[in-house]
Design a protein around this ligand. Sequence first.
Ligand code: ADP
Ligand code: MG
Length: 521
Amino acid sequence: MAQRLQTERQATAAPAIELRGISKAFGPVQANRDISIRVEKGTIHGIIGENGAGKSTLMSILYGFYKADRGEILIDGRATQIPDSQAAIRAGIGMVFQHFKLVQNFTVLENVILGAEDGALLTPSLAKARKVLGELAEEYELDVDPDAMIEELSVGHQQRVEILKALYRHADILILDEPTGVLTPAEADHLFRILKNLKEQGKTIILITHKLREIMEITDTVSVMRRGEMTATVMTADTNPEQLAELMVGRKVLLNVPKGPAHPGQTVLEIDNLRVTDEDGVERLKGISLKIHAGEILGIAGVAGNGQSELLAVLGGIARGTGSVRLNGKELDLTGNHSDGQSRRANSIAHVPEDRQHLGMIMDFTAWENVAFGYHHDPAYQKNGLLMDNDAILADTAGKMERFDVRPPIPTLAAKSFSGGNQQKIILAREIERNPDLLLVGQPTRGVDIGAIEFIHKRIVELRDAGKAVLLVSVELDEIMSLSDRIAVMFDGRIMGERLPEKTDERELGLLMAGVSGAAA
Ligand code: ADP
Ligand code: MG
């Protein structure tokens, strides 16, 4: 009897997953280096690390997508081979991907049973699945309409279908790779409730994210990866965001750039009843009115796709709009004619576009050519129009790269050879050092690592402290909260409200972002 209890206790003590000495190289890149980790049963275990740290590779090994060069996988204490995803599913592992793998023109129910062991498209299995789905929805707040077409569902609901699929296959261990990147704050909250419910029912969850706030909010344990190595595993209750950031980056990082009070001066930009209609005749901006002062950062919060891109595009002179926009009292041309990007620059508007891959840079051209391009108005002439002193541009670019800590600081390297964060620094250097009256900046730190975020935030605050006006568009509420002197929330082409960061919180902003007006101030 005692013997049996003892054995049982040992069995429950075995971690749900144990990885021992996992290594994986892609050619010269050592994506995972001798990684060992234990994930205890019934816990939410976070994995955090900068871009390229090796998180997805490690999870792909666990899910049978990649074969490790070395190392062992133990599930429930037993050494287990996972050569493919079928083996992972048999071992009780379910994966929710960054990019969903659902069939768009199938229903929820059909997607759930597709590929499951009893998953032929037969009435009995559909009926059974309907029943199971109903139970799962009940138990975990995982409600989705089983008969809805996937293509009709919001991303938040599509993600729930992915989770349902895994649970339908009896997953005990659920891996989620950056699940909140595509969600609104309300959807993310709901996802976290689902994850907590799953944990209470004894499921084990691995949550990959680069968002420190999510780690602190929901995980029990957190492992940090840096450059292919597992640098630490700590109890979440025993750590804090600053320590985690330092473990991720390998040096101290300021998560909130220090920033004194704003001293707003005269009105730099005055927008009145600005409207933009897209090529399909859909109105994207429905009468925006805003003011931005010198020495002030106005943050535009909102879920992507609510008109922020159109706002930046029309202010940057690359889209047509109606209404009135005055810069330092002077009316701007809103006809979006293609030479206007140039006249905007002459008017001292700098623009760091959201979509830097397409609008910010020409990827096949060198860093120095990209730095020079801002001086040319017509993309078709950018190459031939370079009747400039190339040596001077090269030297200037080298200086910018050094001041903006671009790595590697080589002006003759093609733009595409730099990481996303370093491309962003090159564009920022080009735009900020032109010393504009107004900086338009969209998603300044999208895809940028935490160390570079600190740097970029400092430069933006410096520009504001130099008396310039900044219009910041970001889908990251943390970024909006820590940089903005004033926050305007956009929803469906309108400004839902303006708030002061010290007098609001993420909850209130989240409601405004979801179109709930009259959210308490
Ligand atoms: P993370 O998920 O932490 O951002 P990844 O695991 O995706 O990191 O990538 C780790 C490293 O391995 C990166 O340098 C990445 O470029 C490289 N890598 C990942 N997958 C592949 C692949 N299929 N082929 C070549 N290199 C890869
Ligand atoms: Mg990844």
